[in-house]
Write a protein that binds this ligand. Sequence first.
Ligand SMILES: C[S@@+](CC[C@H](N)C(=O)[O-])C[C@H]1O[C@@H](n2cnc3c(N)ncnc32)[C@H](O)[C@@H]1O
Length: 288
Amino acid sequence: MIKTYYSDKNIRLFNGDVIEILNALPDECVDLIFADPPYNLSNGGFTCHAGKRVSVNKGKWDKSRGTAEDFEFHYNWIAACRRVLKPSGTLWISGTYHSIYACGFALQKQDWHLINDICWFKPNAAPNLSCRMFTASHETLLWAKKDKKAKHCFNYQLVKNGDWDSDFIKKPNKQMRSVWAITTPKNSEKKYGKHPTQKPEELLRRIILACTAENDIVLDPFCGSATTGVVALKYNRKFAGIDAEKEYLDNIAIPRINDIIQRDDLFELHQEDTLKISENKAEYSLLP
Ligand SMILES: C[S@@+](CC[C@H](N)C(=O)[O-])C[C@H]1O[C@@H](n2cnc3c(N)ncnc32)[C@H](O)[C@@H]1O
């Protein structure tokens, strides 16, 4: 039995542990999962922000518990996602070298089919302070499906011919390659405060438009400031998000979602009740 923490037409937010909540969802109920799990990098290092030396620590939730335990965590949430993903659905995972190999190995062990790995290049990444290594300026995104033979959604024409003008690597009307140049979140995306690992809306716009149709259900099991939810709603998709920290949901995610919901000019709200949720698990369904 799980309670929704926040709900409105086309959206449900859940507060709690990712595994507990995923285990309460029905089988094969979502079309796309975008997961931005802990990177396990908050171990006392330093980075540069606005010209100043600042701690890299993101929060207790991001601390590494050692290679074996970190792998077990990633293995378990990925397995829980596998059950709730439709056969035609796809899973995206973002990470840096601290976490992405563990996630990739978990995918391999669970027989997922890897469709692409994307290099998300950040042209405005923070400089390196030690001057003893290359400046970290990318993250890796893994894109996978449950079965090699499954027919997954890829909106080829839109990806090739769409408006991706802010990416200097993407040439108009040419196929999109697997290196994407997208800057870190704009100030307007942080008006309710900044989540320590907030993703840019442009990154989610690309993924959601490429891999879903209108009305599809998008799940983000580590939704933080709900970047995925904001973009899903903007483009007429439905959204379910999970996060363990109430603070992020209350202070950033819900105000951002409310801004979108109130902007009727941005999209047509669908009339049908699409995400039918009951407090009783037996009746609980995330309906398409
Ligand atoms: C890398 S951040 C995601 C940021 C998000 N993509 C955004 O744009 O704001 C990971 C999130 O996972 C949450 N988290 C960490 N461990 C969790 C767990 N066991 N269950 C649920 N949420 C968890 C954290 O609170 C954090 O907000």
